[in-house]
Design a protein around this ligand. Structure first.
Ligand code: FAD
Length: 407
């Protein structure tokens, strides 16, 4: 009797992309095995903005109720001139976002998002999560994919219908997809810090009116984003400057002179944060051009940062990973007879959207870091735009729904 093709889904990486993919396939009845290189799933102290295009999916997968108590639903995104703290523009969030885009805009500590995803994964009998397990290689054959996984120095062969490479910007699985793009340093670094809302630095920020909202302070060659996390008990700060390539890690260190120099034209209350916020962690921003390819017809798909890591200037990298995961599961279910066709259709559909979002991030960087007459023109345009008009310009991004949610 001919051997049957397995329905097992093998996932490399238990980040936001991998865990969401595990849930998206499990709810559709596929057995899933997730292999994560780290022996413990620790998240560094940083925040994440989750826009409605992502929270709608997390809600459908049942993750949102576990996240909401620790998350914050900010009232607005506010753009301010860093030099004088004047408001330049505002997009209403809160109930207005939920009404407009049919899902909430949330900010959260990454550890809280990870806990909510992991708690849900643990409740799902169809998912096995193995930590301390590195996906090393895979070969495609007519009945599926044979994946080599290294656990405690020994290689095991795991057979799957599909290998999902969700192993981040420095992906090992990317090379398994012929001709895939390479990651490169963007020339920018992110400075990250989570502070207690009640700390002196937190109180001085509250004094400049950032309570309950996402604020982006704009300056030539620099911007800083501040928003509440941990049910409002903490504030996440992320500052973006030019910088040098450094160790590939979430938690590097760099001399704060670089940050202070980038903030030299900011209002004194902001400049003080460079010292008052405590020890900043520095993350080099690497990107992967979205031109792809992201799939191999025998049964390999790259998702999230492994496929198309983008700069965080549109705050959409994790949202794209979540969209990738949900839509990939939908396409595979819709084409049970041909994994090659399912992957080709998924990649075609996703490419257009991911490229659009990547371009939006590049545009934001250019506009937010502008100097001189370009910055003056930006400020004038922003001041003329009503919150309603700014919200309308985001409908394509935040109002997007995967087919399963459009039904
Ligand atoms: C400063 C900053 C701010 C950001 N803010 C936002 C935001 O507000 N909103 C937003 O949507 N996005 C944001 N992003 C982007 C977002 O963080 C990323 O896009 C997202 O975390 C990518 O998730 P991932 O699961 O694809 O990759 P990762 O989170 O990198 O996960 C990959 C996982 O794979 C594991 N792994 C690696 N290699 C292997 C292997 N060979 N075998 C097994 N496991 C392996 C790793 O240990 C890791 O756990 C931001 C990014 C930065 C840098």
């Amino acid at each position: 009797m001919a051997e049957a093709r397995t329905r097992q889904i093998v996932i490399a990486g238990a980040g936001i992309a991998g865990l969401t993919a595990a849930l998206a396939f499990a709810v559709r009845g596929y057995p899933v095995r997730v292999f994560e290189r780290a022996s413990r799933l620790d998240e560094v102290g940083a925040g994440i903005q989750l826009s409605p295009n992502a929270t709608g999916i997390l809600d459908r997968l049942g993750v949102l109720p576990g996240l909401r108590p620790a998350a914050v639903r900010p009232d607005a995104v506010v753009l301010r001139d860093a030099s004088n703290l004047a408001e330049l523009g505002r997009v209403q969030l809160g109930a207005a976002a939920e009404w407009r885009w049919k899902a909430p805009y949330l900010t959260a500590h990454r550890a809280d998002l990870q806990s909510a995803l992991l708690a849900h994964v643990a409740r799902e009998p169809g998912i096995e999560l193995v930590t301390g397990a590195t996906v090393r290689d895979a070969t495609q054959h007519p009945l599926g994919v044979a994946v080599s996984v290294e656990i405690a120095g020994r290689i095991s062969q795991i057979t799957g219908m599909l290998l999902i490479g969700a192993d981040g910007v420095w992906s090992e699985t990317r090379r398994l997809v012929g001709g895939a793009a390479k990651s490169r340093f963007s020339g920018q670094v992110a400075w990250r810090r989570t502070i207690r809302a009640e700390s002196p630095a937190g109180s001085s920020l509250a004094g400049i009116g950032i309570g309950g909202v996402v604020t982006a302070f704009l300056a030539p060659g620099f911007h800083m984003v501040a928003y509440p996390v941990r049910a409002g008990a903490a504030l996440n700060l992320a500052a973006f400057t030019r910088g040098n390539a450094m160790a590939e890690t979430w938690s590097g260190r760099m001399d704060t002179k670089v940050l202070k120099n980038a903030m030299r034209r900011a209002a004194p209350a902001l400049q003080k944060l460079a010292d008052d916020a405590g020890e900043w962690l520095v993350w080099p921003l690497h990107t992967v051009p979205p031109a792809g390819p992201w799939t191999a017809p025998g049964g390999i798909a790259l998702i999230g940062d492994a496929a198309h890591a983008m700069t965080p200037f549109a705050a959409q990298g994790a949202a794209m990973a979540i969209e990738d995961a949900e839509t990939l599961a939908g396409h595979v279910l819709a084409q049970p007879g041909s994994i090659a066709e399912a992957l080709a259709a998924w990649e075609k559909e996703r490419r257009k959207r991911v490229e659009h979002v990547t371009r939006r991030g590049s545009f934001n960087r250019m506009a937010w870091h502008a100097a001189g007459p370009v910055a003056m023109a930006r400020n004038a345009i922003l001041r003329m735009r009503t919150p309603e008009k700014l919200a309308t310009s985001l409908d394509w991004l935040y109002g997007w729904k995967p087919p399963a949610l459009k039904l």
